[in-house]
Design a protein around this ligand. Sequence first.
Ligand SMILES: *Cc1c(COP(=O)(O)O)cnc(C)c1O
Length: 756
Amino acid sequence: MKIYISGLYSGTNPQPGVGIARSLRTAYPKAKLIGVEYSNRCSGIHWQDFDEIWLQRPWNELNLTTHTEEIRRVLDSGALWISSIDLEIMWFAGVFPDGHPNLLTPSSAALEQVEKPAVPAHEGLPVKIPTFVTTEISDWDLHAFCREHDWKVWLKGPYYEAVRTRSWAEFEEKRHILSNDWATGRLFLQTHVSGYEESIALSAYEGELIDCVRMRKRDLTELSKTWAGDISEVEAEFIEPLREIIRKINWTGGAELEMVRDADDQLWLLEVNPRFPAWIHGATITGRNMPASLVEGATGLTAKNSPALAEEFTRVVMEIPVRSEFPLSPLPEPLGGTIGHSLKHPSGLLQFASRLHNLSSFDEEKSNGGGKSSQFKAPNVPPSFINDLGGLDLTAMETPASLFLENTAAEYFRKAGELADDLSSDALAVTNAYSIKTNPDERLIKLALESGFLAETISLPEVKKAIKIGFKPEQIILNGPGKWWRRENLPDGKFCSIFCDSIEELNRVIENLESGELQTEHLGVRLRTPNVASRFGIPVDTPEVFERLIEAVRRIPKEYKFAAHFHMASSNVGVGHWWHLFESILRWCGSIEALSGRLIEVLDVGGGWFPEDLQKDSSRNFKKAVALIPEFLPHVRRIISEPGKALAQPSMAVAMQILELRNFENVVHEAVVDGSIAELPMYFFYPHRILYQNPQNGGWKPLGRGKTKLLGRLCMEHDIVASNIELPENTQIGDILVFCDAGAYDRSMSYVFGRG
Ligand SMILES: *Cc1c(COP(=O)(O)O)cnc(C)c1O
């Protein structure tokens, strides 16, 4: 008996080849095991269970035609082949479309049925698939997906590799690396599921499930790979549908179903690997030798029993002698910028992936545009943006220019005012307060005043501006750590609310109120969010500080209504997380009431909402929240919400002109514009929708993703205002681009730079 085993990489993120060899050696002591590798850097080639090593050129240099012929000869001679390299398995499916009785890998039809992330074959199994989207949707929608899922998302490559991306900048960087490495833009984003990881490994031959076991990870490497695990029986409710599926898709070979079990005991299927897992020998030493059962199923030759030595296994690091015919190579040159696979795939698998794209037998990408940029969707741009732009004479403007989208802005303020009215009742008033610092443009502050908002300020100069525009002190909220800056601006009159950022401030403000220096309707504290790092507010989760807070609250004179404020940007921490924090703050507020004896009458919930999240959630979730508050804080009579960017962000855009077009390989790969990150400082934090104006008819077209970088006018390395857009084919120098969604911090934090 001769068995070829490929995939011998044996680092901390190993391939299964060595484990398969150890298991087969136990079962068939006399079999001839031939290890197949495509790099002499895979330490598994030195493993003693291999009688022979068949070392090939790396994948990028290999003559695939000759290699196919040699493998066919091997199989025809009666030898078996067990592959543990996903890409090799896919390639086999293409070059052996009808399979081969001695080739113990699945067909391309079977592979399609387990393709990630959807895994069509999972129907019938007691598992769910975590929510995912393809990265072919617009950046705008990808950002929304990440917010919706609290940035607990994985960016996954088509074959290997999954990376957590915790921010937009990180997402863009990793997407760039993965797309380049795997020569495809077809990646996907999938939500993270918290829980314990477990797998089911199986062996099957021509549609018959031979054996399967469950493995729970009990210890992990840095990359979350198995270091130790326990092996147990798969329950009948799982095996029966699994057996059906294996039959239906006519599976041959090993396989691993990678899953997570969440706190509610629900199993989530992350992926199905078309081969044995790297820990497969861990199952063998518990008495379940699946590589042997596969060989037995394929050949009918009885395997020697594998004794059950334990129910759990662990790994150790071992030094083994190097085969004299394959002496070690010098250290590799360090590879920069790659994600973990520089050492995982020393055999040129990355290059092999791009070769596979070009083979006719492997044409999965042809159906959806062959990786051309046209597969990417452009974002939806609200019609009101286009209408407002239509009313502006851009030819008369000097670019880069900030554009005020007048009707859009008015509409956002009007809707927010309406929502507050809708949510208000006799028992509970809901009020908006516009955060002036987000964008102190007078037009926006006026809109706030006209829409029945309060003004939320973080300094006395902001108070002065609000008063100048028409707010009265009793319509003004003071918040933040530096609110008494430039005290000469302190107006006469009574403020609506003062929220103290520290116990020190609270004590000082109480003194000022008692001396008559200050007046306010409500006096409150800003609470620091527990479990999320924040520099603001009074921490509640240390007992000493909490005790001092209670003492200070007790000292607040009775004539001031007591108020509580919390603020955490849902646009950063995610919408689900925000609601979680909201509830936890309500509980803390309940404790403050109980311990201080002071009742909370006003609750202020801060800002930090992405415009679409606030709109999308508004009626449903906010109704729920308003209903929830009395359960925890029955004395609250007034709820204040402090939107800033939720209203300001869509209200302005930045127009810029194209100064130069640079061609490379028949596409414009770089365009220089007269705008810059000085006018778009939030470029790194979220995507902006970009409109191109047709110079002939003045029409507007939203731009999708492509291969063009937009370089800003500044002589600064990082002044790239967009890194992957698709310009229309006949774009000319002088054409106008408008970056939308630039009315919040892009505007207020823009700076004068490079203008002489
Ligand atoms: C900045 C700020 C806001 C508004 O935040 P956005 O992110 O612009 O929505 C609300 N309240 C306070 C106290 C703030 O400092």
